[in-house]
Design a protein around this ligand. Structure first.
Ligand code: SF4
Length: 343
């Protein structure tokens, strides 16, 4: 069912302009924006996914991935169909792409308060807006996040970072933590592989840092597309300079999917190289993802080198922390407001 959308303005000839993301789609009556889930009906903008929860799972927060926010807790993760990007390597294409490719939107009506009740019943510490692109289900996220905060839960956004600045501003106060993709460091990659642009993502990352949300960044490292020393160095330097050396950076391995099903997987050596580049540029926490069993998914104390959070995949095996501080040297690893019950 179509639900009145937020963040748009009326233009002449009954056109509307959506202001949710950096595409700023101008949409004619009867048509949808690039994401395929926002429709102009007689000069007013409607969202088609407020009642379309298509993925709902209880996940370890580490799976988002967030390694330094409520570690060891679970998060009720939800997503609807639709995305404002069209990444050739999308790992959730069956969820994210049908609205823009075929117009098809499938999902269930789950009222926001029921989502929150489910989270509480399952013992989650937070809600996560994820899987596809939460920006395009902003209205559902907003109402759910409001109810979640009232119930004492935190809110997490896992996003491509292509929002409009206005969208980030209206989410401020509702969202406490974000994992944002920085998919590459060239506008050419964003344009040719994702149908997007680099600059809004860089601007938004700096904006989120100023807003004070807990922020971690993920880069899916893809052979021959974004894995050169220069590009990885550029990303790491940006993170240090604009977001701070304490920003966790997750470098994840690609495995063939969607329109790049035949593309080779990322070798472990490439991920280790990305990790080493990040550390050499000054990042204090770089994690290798999508490689279960790697010792590069542990958190090391940046001051004394001790392993302070030992992980196996998304599970925490043991910690050497007291109230978030390194047992050996006392350095703060997890901020007091981000501690989980077991860490
Ligand atoms: S969310 Fe983005 S892609 Fe979708 S209609 Fe709005 S501006 Fe266009």
């Amino acid at each position: 069912m179509a639900t009145p959308a937020l963040l748009w303005k009326a233009l002449d000839d009954h056109d509307v302009q959506c202001q949710l993301c950096a595409h700023s789609c101008r949409i004619k009556p009867g048509q949808r924006g690039r994401c395929g889930v926002r429709e102009n009906q007689d000069g007013e903008l409607f969202t088609l996914v407020f009642d379309a929860v298509a993925a709902l799972n209880l996940d370890p927060v580490e799976k988002k991935p967030l390694f330094h926010f409520l570690p060891g807790t679970t998060t009720l993760s939800l997503g609807t169909p639709g995305c404002n990007l069209a990444c050739a390597f999308c790992q959730n294409a069956s969820l994210s792409q049908p609205p823009r490719e075929t117009g098809l939107i499938r999902g269930d009506r789950v009222p926001p308060k029921e989502l929150v009740r489910t989270a509480l019943r399952l013992g989650a510490a937070s809600m996560a807006y994820t899987y596809s692109e939460p920006t395009v289900f902003y209205e559902l996220m907003r109402e759910t996040a409001t109810a979640a905060l009232d119930a004492g839960l935190k809110n997490i956004i896992v996003s491509n970072g292509f929002q409009s600045p206005a969208c980030l501003d209206v989410l401020n106060g509702l969202i406490q933590a974000a994992n944002i993709d920085l998919k590459a460091f060239t506008d050419r990659f964003y344009h040719e592989v994702c149908a997007a642009r680099l600059k809004p993502v860089l601007t938004n990352l700096a904006h989120i840092r100023r807003l004070g949300w807990h922020l971690e960044v993920t880069t899916l490292v893809i052979p021959d597309l974004n894995d050169s020393d220069q590009e990885l160095t550029d990303i790491a330097r940006f993170l240090v300079r604009e977001l701070g050396a304490d920003t966790p950076w997750h470098v994840s391995g690609f495995h063939g999917c969607h329109r790049m099903a035949d593309h080779p997987s990322t070798p472990l050596d490439t991920l280790k190289r990305a990790h080493d580049i990040g550390r050499a540029e000054g990042l204090r926490h770089v994690f290798v993802g999508n490689v279960p069993g790697s010792d590069l998914e542990n958190t090391l104390c940046p001051d004394c080198g001790q392993i302070v959070i030992e992980r196996m995949g998304f599970a925490i095996r043991r910690t050497r922390l007291t109230k978030g501080c390194c047992n050996s040297c006392g350095a703060t690893i997890i901020k007091p407001e981000h501690l989980g019950p077991n860490v």
